[in-house]
Design a protein around this ligand. Sequence first.
Ligand code: SF4
Length: 459
Amino acid sequence: MENYNMERKSPFSEVKMSERGAYYIETFGCQMNVRDSETAAGLLETLGFSSASEKENADVILFNTCCVRDHAEKRVFGNIGAMKELKDAKPNLILGVFGCMMQQPEVAQKLYKRFPFVDIVFGTNLLSRLPAFVESAEHGSRTLAIEENNIQIEDDLPSIRTGMINAFVNINYGCDNFCTYCIVPYVRGRERSRDPKAIVEEVKKLVAEGYSEITLLGQNVNSYGKDLSDATFAKLLQLVSGVEGLKRIRFMTSHPKDLSDEMIEAMATLPNVCHHVHLPMQSGSNEILSRMNRKYTRERYLEIVRKLRNAMDDVEITTDIIVGFPGETEEDFSQTLDLVDQVGFASAFTFKYSPRMGTRAATMEDQVSEATKRERLHRLNELQEKKSRENNEKYVDRVGIVHVEDCDMRGDPVCYGKCSNFKMVYFAGSPDLIGQYIPVRMEKVRKNSLYGTQEDQPL
Ligand code: SF4
């Protein structure tokens, strides 16, 4: 969960700030949701609202929900229920709930009925209509709005960026892959790619605002352009790479089945594309990959890893892994451990499988017991911790260029940021370094990061 609100200057200087009051947005889920919350904030600021740092001080509170994670519904309903007291104390408070979870009609209706003090409930695809929903709530009307999934892309919506040094840029929406455990295609709709010209224009604007690092976002960036003529993700990387002043381009997420040789070449040759790929592996067993409908094999996954490493000796790969998918035997799981061992991921997000209503896997037989899932997750995490440490150790006594994200001022100031290949590095520094690219010699390995010293000589 991200707390969206932070002190930032509104880019909408013509609007008299706080004319209408303050807003607070609580965001659950992935970067796509964080990006949607940035747009929601931009829309509210065009109406004259400004950001509040606490819910208690807000006149509009929005929850941007996610339905991918465990017990998401229970958590969201709990959070909304807790708002009743605030609403009773402040009857003009506008409460809204949106995001992927509200794109599921039965859940949206249930929430709307159960919490009559919630003013606005709308699906993720109706974000551009937020100003109208808020105005209608100001006039005392409640809104429940869910529309079909494949709504047209709207490029010109305002937004308030939360990233201090890195800005998210959507390149495609939705997903066509229907992995059997995943709800995303049902709530975010079919895949739609943004026009490359609109993406480049947005990146130019971000550079003009002072950003030198961006992250291109999509559920599957590698299939970007399939619905356009003559557009691929590799070609998009080339276009974006040419934006003057842009120093780092990141992207996520990459589906292995769509990762092309052309894209590897673009990564290896374009100077500002970061050498990091988040490449969800999910399982090391071909039988389980097939049941997941992932459309690649462990052999193909290993081939991609080899190609990436042959093309870039400093590339790092991170991943997502699910244990205890329906039908996963001990042999299947040992194949996962084996693949983790062979690849040597820099880091991994590991999960126990949990069924999502409305997905194919939820109705599969051979669900794995909770105790087995827990035990497998433990073994997987132990192995991955060892691999992460080994991976970090190879950087000791090497110099990396760290894009400084922030400084921890408790005690002696410690700055931190990432190298191009996503390695997190800490070093003694001062807040004036935030936003700069600093050479750091890495000296010590910590659990998930490295600690080093700033090099005197700029590289
Ligand atoms: S690629 Fe699979 S896991 Fe990823 S969003 Fe699409 S359906 Fe979900």
